[in-house]
Design a protein around this ligand. Structure first.
Ligand SMILES: Nc1ncnc2c1ncn2[C@@H]1O[C@H](COP(=O)(O)OP(=O)(O)OP(=O)(O)O)[C@@H](O)[C@H]1O
Ligand SMILES: [Mg+2]
Length: 839
């Protein structure tokens, strides 16, 4: 039965003269005095789902044969003293609470990953918690993949502690790791937020998670192969970076520095991290000749002949991966060592004929495995970064038995490794062994040997198999499915490919990975049948959502939305058109383009007709506020009142809350502070009741200022203290920067106001201006003013005049300037200011 099977498998793992035993055997033998067991680690045995711990029985104490120089164990680490010292220093700083990011760069195979792994070993000795996430070259890996991997690892290490660390952010984090909902049944649904805020809220959630994890144990987070990172991952990294100096978290990111295209988001991220002094850098060079010698010595346990060192150094230029590959190649050919495991005395340098490039070395290694093994590996290379047995079986023409042998062979040849850290995504795959290529270069070499038609056919088969295996569940893997179908080219049905691309885009949008969503929607666009107008309109609307959330180019959303709106108009779908107009109008208001917003609001209203409806009501509120902010008081006021009345008739709490919120901002714009406070307080209550936290936070700021102007200081502080922490949790920039205002009111803390103003200045210099920067700047000006630093105050208010928006908020900068000049007794210029402000 299975015992005999296991015995045979264990036997096959042993080398000549070696005795291997299972843990059971050790248990039975007990502590026999004359028998020693040495732990050889865990092994995968064919036909057994679990890995087995195997123990070597030491039976020949005297005259031990030289340890077989195989690469199954990795090469003992050599050199890199300086780099390790620097990393150690940063690690100690992180443990002391001052975390940072360190970027390790270098050519492929130079040892970036290994250096990070060595640091992980040290970190564990220091009691740090560690996790490693990788990025992949493959299209089709989900956004945030290295962070997802980090979360998965933490989950596996201790679900109970993990749940605590998730805290109240569980609902958000489950967006990028849906399997959490299967593990824990107490995860609330994520908050409903406008898409552009979803991302910030998600980011804050992950940051808070890291804070909680690192609160218990300092954390080492390795991000491997960052050059392949998706845009969302890069954004998240930058977001966390800004807070890292106050967290005991060291992030070590590795990347290949060849072929860095300066325009790519990755290059920009690097530049911005470095410019803001948020990251340290280590450039890893190839090993010197002495390093190659040390490696060869470590690999064989004996000093290598100098001629061999020179030859290998010359061919590999000190790249450790190449050294290992060339070494393994020569070894397998029996060129290096004699049967005793010693250097062959007849070793001739000329005889070595070290192959040219490493691709060649890998190809040679691949040539040495059996035909079956090579076929299986080539198929697997198309599947992707990791693959399971079931998928491979569906792909290859090999029988199950031959495939098992082929996989065994590939594992023995160190071409693939067990992918233990990739957890099965579904119950039915839990027992399935998964594998990963030992190095990405191996996978690339295999792929490059495939002809295009064959590659396309394989991609199609992968997609078909996924559909077979997962059934409807394949939609959960939409990104992967879309990738394979897309790569399959003409062989795949364009409509199906488009459907999966849209699904993948939706999933990306849902997890606030906007650049990825945009890429998917763009690809879908090219494939969608042109006659299907409703689908086209839907896609345009969604692509618009992705575009407007990419803050730097939000206005690219408008052409999409305009077209979507006219398509919906043509199709007679008023509800959908109303939704698009609502989105356009809000977005333009946020972007301070009141005229266009007002015009679109009008068009939307005209289209929706006179009947009461949700979108009509929203458009009245937004459109009214737009007019009001643009300076048309009565027109705006009228619309906002109609919106309020409609919300009352519709009896929808959320709509009423939002309409009152719009009214509060409208009155605030014109200094009608009593009306503003009344509407805002009532609206806030309703919005809280409806769970619309976002709109609640948006309004609070205005209500609090109005209350303050009314002299109701305690109430004002109360509103601010409640809404400010909420706003920063939501990533609501406009409302979250008010901590200092609260501090100022409560304790007269002018320093807090000054610090916040300086941050705003920095944002401006970094070109990250937003609609609220000018408010923080104004406060900075006032801190100067209160301290009697007139000239500094004037300079800052000058800046305020330049950046403040037009429309209702206009004039603040000049008014402040006039105030300072009045204090300075400038009789000449003040009257001029006043006249100008009046008109
Ligand atoms: N200092 C070293 N001592 C011994 N072995 C090393 C050393 N540096 C790297 N290696 C070995 O060389 C191989 C390549 O290293 P590694 O995978 O870290 O390269 P990399 O820079 O991450 O490459 P890539 O850009 O392709 O990911 C690994 O097998 C690693 O164990
Ligand atoms: Mg690497």
């Amino acid at each position: 039965g299975s015992t005999v099977d296991a015995a045979a498998r264990i036997c096959a793992k042993a080398q000549g003269g070696q005795i291997l035993a299972s843990e059971t055997v050790r248990g039975i033998v007990g502590a026999a005095k004359d028998l020693q067991f040495r732990d050889r680690g865990r092994f995968r045995l064919k036909g057994f789902p679990e890995r087995w711990r195997l123990l070597e029985v030491a039976w020949q104490e005297e005259a031990q044969p030289a340890a077989a120089p195989v690469l199954a164990e990795r090469t003992p680490y050599v050199g890199r003293e300086e780099e390790r010292a620097e990393l150690r220093r940063l690690m100690e700083q992180a443990i002391a609470g001052r975390g940072s990011i360190v970027l390790i760069r270098g050519e492929p195979g130079v040892g970036k990953t290994r250096l990070a792994q060595e640091l992980v070993l040290e970190a564990r000795k220091h009691g740090m918690f560690d996790s490693t996430g990788r990025c992949y070259e493959m299209e089709g890996s989900p956004p945030y993949i290295p962070y997802i991997e980090m979360l998965q690892q933490s989950l596996r290490r201790g679900p109970a502690g993990f749940r605590i660390a998730l805290g109240e952010n569980a609902g958000e984090i489950a967006k990028i790791l849906p399997e959490l909902r299967q593990v824990f049944d107490d995860i609330p649904p994520p908050l409903e937020l406008p898409p552009e805020q979803e991302r910030l809220y998600l980011f804050n959630s992950i940051r808070e998670f890291l804070e909680r994890v690192s609160h218990t144990l300092p954390l080492l987070h390795v991000l491997d192969d960052l050059h392949w990172a998706d845009d969302a991952t890069l954004q998240l990294l930058q977001h966390i970076a800004r807070h890292q100096d106050k967290m005991p978290v060291l992030t070590v990111a590795t990347y290949r520095d060849i072929e860095l295209d300066a325009a790519r988001p990755f290059a920009q991220t690097l530049e911005s991290l470095v410019r803001q002094r948020l990251a340290h850098r280590i450039a890893l060079k190839p090993l010197p000749e002495t390093g190659v010698e040390a490696m060869l010595r470590a690999l064989t346990g004996q000093p290598p002949p100098p001629a061999l060192v020179q030859a290998i150094y010359r061919e590999t230029e000190g790249n450790p991966f190449f050294v290992e590959e060339v070494f393994q190649h020569l070894l397998e050919q029996g060129r290096l060592l004699d049967s005793e495991g010693r250097w062959r005395p007849d070793l001739q340098v000329g005889e070595l004929d070290v192959p040219e490039g490493v691709r060649l070395v890998i190809s040679r290694r691949l040539e040495r495995v059996s035909e079956d093994c090579r076929t299986a590996l080539t198929d697997a290379a198309v599947v992707g970064r990791d693959f399971g047995f079931q998928m491979l079986q569906a792909l290859t023409e090999l029988s199950a038995d031959r495939l098992l042998d082929a996989i065994d062979e590939a594992e023995r040849a160190n071409l693939i490794v067990a992918a233990d850290d990739v957890p099965p995504a579904e119950g039915d795959r839990a027992l399935e062994a998964r594998f990963r290529f030992a190095h990405e270069l191996i996978r690339q070499t295999l792929i490059s040997g495939l002809s295009l038609p064959r590659r396309q056919r394989l991609h199609l088969r992968v997609a078909e198999t996924m559909e077979q295996v997962y059934g409807k569940g394949a939609e959960a893997y939409a990104a992967d499915m879309a990738h394979h179908l897309y790569q399959a080219g003409a062989g795949a049905d364009p409509a199906t490919t488009a459907r999966y691309l849209v699904l993948a885009g939706d999933q990306a949008l849902h997890s606030a990975a906007f650049a990825e969503a945009l890429k998917d929607y763009d690809a879908a666009f090219a494939l969608q049948p042109s006659g299907d107008l409703a689908s086209r309109a839907g896609l345009l609307y969604k692509r618009g959502l992705a575009r407007r959330s990419l803050s730097s180019r939000w206005d690219e959303a408008l052409p999409d939305w305009r077209e979507a709106a006219s398509l919906y108009e043509r199709l007679g779908d008023k509800e959908a058109a109303g939704r698009v107009f609502d989105a356009m109008c809000q977005q333009l208001l946020w972007g301070l383009r009141y005229e266009e917003a007002a015009e679109l609001g009008q068009r939307g209203l005209a289209l929706l007709g006179g009947r009461d409806s949700t979108y009509r009501c929203r458009l009245l509120g937004w459109g009214g506020l737009t007019l009001s902010a643009a300076g048309y008081y009565s027109a705006g006021d009228g619309m906002i009142r109609r919106g309020l009345a409609m919300a009352d008739r519709l009896g929808d709490v959320n709509l009423r809350g939002s309409a009152l919120g719009a009214a509060a901002v409208h009155h605030w714009c014109y200094g009608q502070v009593r009306e503003s406070a009344d509407a805002g307080l009532k609206g806030g209550e309703l919005l809280l009741q409806a769970g619309n936290l976002w709109d609640f936070a948006s309004g609070s700021n205005f209500v609090a200022t109005s209350l303050l102007a009314l002299g109701r200081v305690d109430e004002s502080v109360k509103v601010w203290s409640e809404s400010s922490p909420l706003a920063s949790r939501l990533g609501h920039r406009a409302a979250s920067g008010v901590e200092f205002q609260v501090a100022l009111l409560r304790e007269g803390d002018i320093d807090a106001a000054e610090a916040s103003g300086r941050e705003a200045l920095e944002r401006l210099t970094n070109d990250e201006d937003d609609a609220t920067t000018w408010v923080a700047l104004a406060f900075l000006g006032f801190t100067h003013f209160w301290r009697g630093r007139w000239q500094d105050a004037l300079a800052v208010f000058d800046e305020v005049t330049k950046v403040q928006p037009t429309g209702a908020p206009a004039g603040h900068g000049e008014a402040f300037t006039m105030l300072v000049r009045a204090y300075l007794g400038d009789r000449e210029r003040v009257p001029g200011h006043l006249r100008h402000l009046r008109c």
